[in-house]
Design a protein around this ligand. Structure first.
Ligand SMILES: [Ca+2]
Ligand SMILES: [Ca+2]
Length: 268
């Protein structure tokens, strides 16, 4: 019992440090999607339950709209609601209205304040909702995906119909390295992965041995691997599916090394 108590007391300072850090900072490993090259349109009276009428930005956020009122995340809610948690659930918004004088760009996410959708666009209007929807660029934060992306509305049906359109940033192309077996080095074992999966299709593209990210394991992936043979995955590179730790995230890891509970070395 005494040993358990000692172990608990040793953990408390470290746990407190981590809890304080996590609660005082945005979570680590955020992604930034920039630009407006992806367009989405929902026509008036289009059925919001059909996937084609939803902008499935990620596996957690599917934006659509009913025949009236605001947009919502049909992945998590059945209709629009202005009550907390405001629609679209799982999203937070920044515009020049709730960030006066700031650059409204996803790359500037760390300097922006985020609010619910209606508030970010100036509150609820009379004929359209919200008032300044078509005149403000936005940065949208997808809470469950930790993604910041650029978005601007281009059309909005204020009378019944439920149509809307916007342009937003697409998902950035994945970073591939040629390290198909994810052991940290581009080596002969990656060739084996490529050979054994040759001609297969992969989803998402860039996974497995799809070094050239075209969705198929093909000769281009061999060339991709061959050109990078011997590379190791150091700073500034990322293997597909893995995020590079942010400096502040590394600080937590360092704290874990220096302040975390240590196994006793004394023999019993
Ligand atoms: Ca490898
Ligand atoms: Ca390929």
């Amino acid at each position: 019992m005494l040993g358990i108590l000692r172990h608990f007391l040793a953990i408390v300072p470290f746990a407190s440090l981590v809890v304080f850090y996590v609660s005082s900072r945005p979570v680590c490993g955020q992604s930034v999607w920039s630009g407006f090259s992806y367009s989405f349109t929902k026509s008036d009276f289009a059925d919001s339950t059909f996937p084609v009428n939803q902008d499935r930005i990620t596996n957690n956020v599917w934006i659509t709209r009913g025949t009236q009122q605001g947009i919502y995340n049909i992945h998590d809610e059945a209709s629009y609601s202005p009550l907390p948690p405001e629609s679209p659930i799982g999203t937070r918004w920044a515009t020049a209205l709730n960030n006066p004088g700031k650059s409204i760009a996803a790359t500037n996410w760390s300097n922006l304040a985020f609010s619910d959708w209606v508030t970010a666009y100036g509150g609820q209007g009379t004929t359209t909702l919200p008032t300044s929807l078509l005149t403000q660029n936005a940065v949208v934060y997808l809470e469950n995906d930790n993604i910041y992306l650029d978005l601007r509305f281009t059309a909005w049906t204020s009378h019944p119909g439920g149509g809307f359109a916007y342009e937003r940033a697409p998902a950035p192309p994945p970073i591939t390295t040629g390290d198909y077996n994810l052991n940290g080095v581009v080596d002969a074992a990656d060739y084996v992965v490529w050979r054994e999966t040759l001609s297969q299709t992969v989803s998402p593209s860039s996974s497995g041995a799809d070094g050239n990210a075209n969705g198929t394991i093909d000769s281009g992936d061999y060339d991709f691997w061959h050109a990078r043979y011997g590379n190791t995955m150091g700073a500034g590179t990322a293997t597909a599916g893995y995020a590079v730790p942010e400096p502040e995230c590394l600080a937590v890891l360092v704290a874990a090394v220096f302040f975390g509970p240590r196994r006793r070395r004394t023999r019993q």
